[in-house]
Design a protein around this ligand. Structure first.
Ligand code: GLU
Length: 493
């Protein structure tokens, strides 16, 4: 059978990083098997619908390089791919369950249901449910006479459709990550399948769609594990073969507990995919990092492209336990991918970033030289701009921490260095020479190298750290270096 998986987000906000991992595991799994990746938008809860969320989801998947084989924008044969456009279908399937005795109409008002729960609580049942016992004393098509049910339906009385959950049954299924999972139906609510507004609940829509869209494998977050028995009951009620299921481990915060929005914020972890896009992360790094967030290929390799991940990925290597989100590790990947990217490829991106902050990057040869000098130092592409701004404009301020290293003898050292390099011809203004001139100042004054190098660095770059100083000075050029030194001597004394 041809593998078909779906990523089925609800468009209730920006795509969460956990959602992106779920999408990725679906994608890797299906590509591994040469299958199809479906995007289905689960938008039946109109009250939680957020304008623009669907576009954000599509954009996020595209950004990391997941190709959607079938979805709202490129439908296949089993559409529509938005649940809100499949309403009639759910009505028909709910009706089918009523006809075969697995579901029923329920006319109870909210007050009547509350009353029932209160009454049962008083008589010692701490968590009363609308179930195989209580349904017998409620207002539904199992208890009311047939003609009254028909009369109510014709009159347009409000109703919901509920699943007739069997009284005492053990529901078992094999989760591809967790092994055999079993649940007791006792205590399970007769799940509402159709709401009074004519919309299906998540459970009905999800099962009907997975079946009618030919989904073979359901891969989703652990938070859906408790819904799985309801789904299995529904498949049974329809007489359909359920897909295989795999519930992914939770993503945990470094300080423990589930990585919630609030936790992520307090720990400096971007939570939505769009934050990684606007934060200038490398998509390949994020993919590589997320792939390892709950999975590993079983050896000590760490760096893999999407293509390699597709080849390596199997569900039996996904862990059951929560996976801790280690932001440092993500930065390690990010740095790695930046190093792997050639200067030519980085050039247009850095240029765009720099120019968006108002920096004039001069010509491409100059910018390429700057990128080469910083290539081994940055861990995110925007650092070419923040760390390298002094290549494009004269520093007006000096870094506070750096100034701690501007000592009493610094002006003297810097002046001595200036005198030496001022005497150089333009053609001699080269890294090697600039270094040997500094060494001359060091030996003439019998001080350590840093005693001269650091104040020169501060004066010419405004910073106490940065790329190799001498090639940087060569690049900045004689006239500009001298004028920066004058400016610093005046400002810092
Ligand atoms: N719409 C659900 C969500 O937002 C889908 C869960 C599932 O994959 O079954 O995650």
């Amino acid at each position: 059978m041809n593998v078909r998986v779906r990523f089925a987000p609800s468009p209730t906000g920006f795509l969460h990083i956990g959602g992106l991992r779920t999408a990725l595991y679906n994608y890797l799994f299906t590509r591994h098997h040469g299958g199809v990746f479906v995007l289905r938008i689960e938008d039946t809860d109109q009250s939680r619908y957020v304008e623009g969320a669907e576009q954000d989801i599509v954009k996020s998947l595209e950004w990391v390089g997941m190709t959607i084989d079938e979805g709202p924008n490129n439908p296949g044969d089993v559409g529509p791919y938005r649940q809100s456009e499949r309403k009639e279908m759910y009505q028909e399937y709910a009706k089918q369950l009523i006809d075969n005795g697995h579901a029923y109409y329920a006319f109870d008002t909210t007050e009547e249901i509350d009353e029932m729960r209160e009454r049962l609580k008083k008589s010692g049942n701490p968590s009363p449910s609308y179930d195989s016992i209580t349904r017998q004393s409620m207002k539904n098509s199992l208890t009311l006479p047939q003609d009254e049910v028909e009369r109510r339906l014709e009159a347009g009385d409000e109703y919901v459709i509920r699943l007739k959950v069997p009284r005492r049954e053990t529901v078992k299924f094999e989760d591809l990550i967790r092994g055999i999972v079993s649940f007791e139906t006792a205590g399970l609510d007769d799940q509402v399948l159709m709401k009074s507004d004519g919309m299906p609940t998540y459970h009905l829509a999800n099962v009907v769609d997975d079946h009618t869209m030919g989904i073979t494998d359901v891969i989703r977050g652990e938070e859906w594990l408790s819904s799985a028995p309801k789904h299995i009951l529904l498949y049974k009620a329809f007489g359909w073969e359920p897909p295989t299921m795999a519930h992914l481990p939770l993503i945990m915060s470094p300080s423990g507990g589930k990585l919630s929005k609030r936790k992520a914020e307090s720990e400096g972890i971007p939570i939505n995919t769009k934050d990684y896009i606007t934060g200038n992360y490398e998509p390949e790094a994020l993919v590589n990092f997320l792939a390892y967030l709950g999975w590993s290929p079983g050896d000590d390799s760490e760096v893999h492209s999407m293509k390699e991940l597709c080849e390596l990925f199997t569900l039996d290597r996904v862990s059951k336990g929560g996976a801790v989100f280690n932001h440092k590790k993500l930065m390690w990947y990010n740095e790695h991918y930046i190093r792997e990217t050639s200067v030519e490829e980085l050039l247009p991106r850095v240029k765009e970033l720099a120019e968006s902050t108002g920096l004039n990057t001069k010509d491409d040869a100059y910018l390429s030289a700057v990128i080469s000098l910083l290539h081994e130092r940055v861990s995110k592409i925007d650092e070419f701009v923040t760390m390298g701004s002094f290549f494009f404009e004269t520093p007006k301020e000096y870094d506070e921490n750096a100034l701690k290293k501007w000592k009493e003898d610094s002006p003297g050292m810097v002046s001595a260095y200036k005198a030496k390099i001022e005497a150089l011809a333009d053609s001699e203004f080269k890294a090697e020479t600039l270094k040997s001139k500094l060494e001359e100042v060091v030996s003439e004054n019998e001080v350590g190298f840093g005693k001269v190098m650091m104040p020169v660095r501060i004066a010419t770059t405004g910073q106490g750290f940065g790329p190799d100083l001498f090639p940087a000075l060569e690049l900045i050029g004689k006239e500009e270096v001298l004028s920066r030194i004058d400016f610093a001597l005046e400002k810092l004394g």
